[in-house]
Design a protein around this ligand. Structure first.
Ligand code: HEC
Length: 258
């Protein structure tokens, strides 16, 4: 084989064997598919689920994870009023200007503040969390392989007690859906640990579904607008097509009868 052909083939073989090696440490099956309302070219987020998802983020995930791409003001996108936004921001203190003696201070949060990590930096977070910092959640739903189906499987995939043959690693928890089945994040959801104001029972599955919807929204907040424009464009094109057919028929009718 000439070398100029041989090289790409060898490259491909190496890439294939590397991806095979990477897959070997992943959970063996793909996460089960869930029916998500936001899927597909016309899918829309369910606003109630987004608001419940934010409650889960605010009460649970945000105690360890940040979502830095988002400001509190952006929560208008899930239907929070300006007053709700101001109240929500206020309860998360932010670093303020140094005082007269140059000492760091804290101030109440403002709508323009970002949903910052509760830790001062990643090294501090890693030190507190047994070695690995909780990743920022801004784009998690897009960047993590498996997307929303994996997030849901992962959040509902802790096993307590772990299977009898699982290794015991201090500070790590058994989850069906992470590589090596061990993760430093304790199971974050429990049945009924929060109360939803709309009365929806807060089961682990429901909370997982709502926080996943919120994480997908955070990574792609303009999907509803885009899909609504898509629908309007399709309707416009259908009308245009009907007119074009009618016009064509009219012209050809005249040609045939003359
Ligand atoms: C007590 C702190 C804590 C809480 C609360 C918490 N996490 Fe985590 N999370 C972590 C840590 C630490 C890691 C990194 C663990 C590791 O990789 O071993 C992590 C990692 C993750 C990962 C990445 C896992 C992977 O394999 O890549 C996801 C997704 C995640 N968390 C989602 C969430 C969601 C959603 C919530 C809220 C329902 C939440 N976490 C609440 C500490 C926390």
């Amino acid at each position: 084989m000439p070398t100029h052909i041989y090289r790409p083939v060898a490259g491909l073989l190496i890439a294939l064997s590397l991806s095979g090696a990477a897959l070997a440490s992943e959970p063996d099956k793909a996460p089960p598919h869930q029916a998500w309302g936001f899927e597909g070219p016309l899918g829309q987020y369910d606003q109630n689920s987004l608001q419940r998802g934010f409650i889960v983020f605010q009460h649970v995930c945000s105690t360890c994870h940040g979502m830095r791409n988002l400001t509190y003001a952006d929560l208008a996108g899930i239907g929070l009023t300006q007053q709700q936004i101001a109240e929500t921001a206020k309860i998360k203190p932010q670093p303020g200007a140094p005082d007269a003696a140059g000492q760091p201070t804290m101030r109440p949060g403002l709508p323009d503040d970002h949903l910052n990590s509760p830790f001062p930096n990643d090294a501090a977070a890693a030190a507190m969390m047994g070695g690995i910092a909780p990743p920022d959640q801004s784009r998690l739903a897009i960047t993590h392989p498996g997307g929303p189906d994996w997030l849901y499987a992962f959040l509902t995939g802790y096993r307590m007690p772990p299977p009898a043959d699982a290794p015991v690693v201090p500070g790590k928890f058994y989850n069906d859906w992470v590589a090596g089945h061990m993760i430093g994040m304790p199971p974050p959801l429990m049945n009924g640990m929060i109360q939803y104001p709309d009365g929806t029972p807060a089961t682990v599955e429901q909370q997982a579904r709502d926080i996943t919807t919120f994480l997908v929204w955070a990574s792609d907040p303009h999907r509803n607008e885009r899909h609504s424009i898509g629908k309007a464009v399709m309707a416009y094109l259908i009308v245009l097509l009907a007119l074009a057919i009618a016009w064509k028929r009219k012209i050809w009718k005249r040609l045939k009868t003359q």
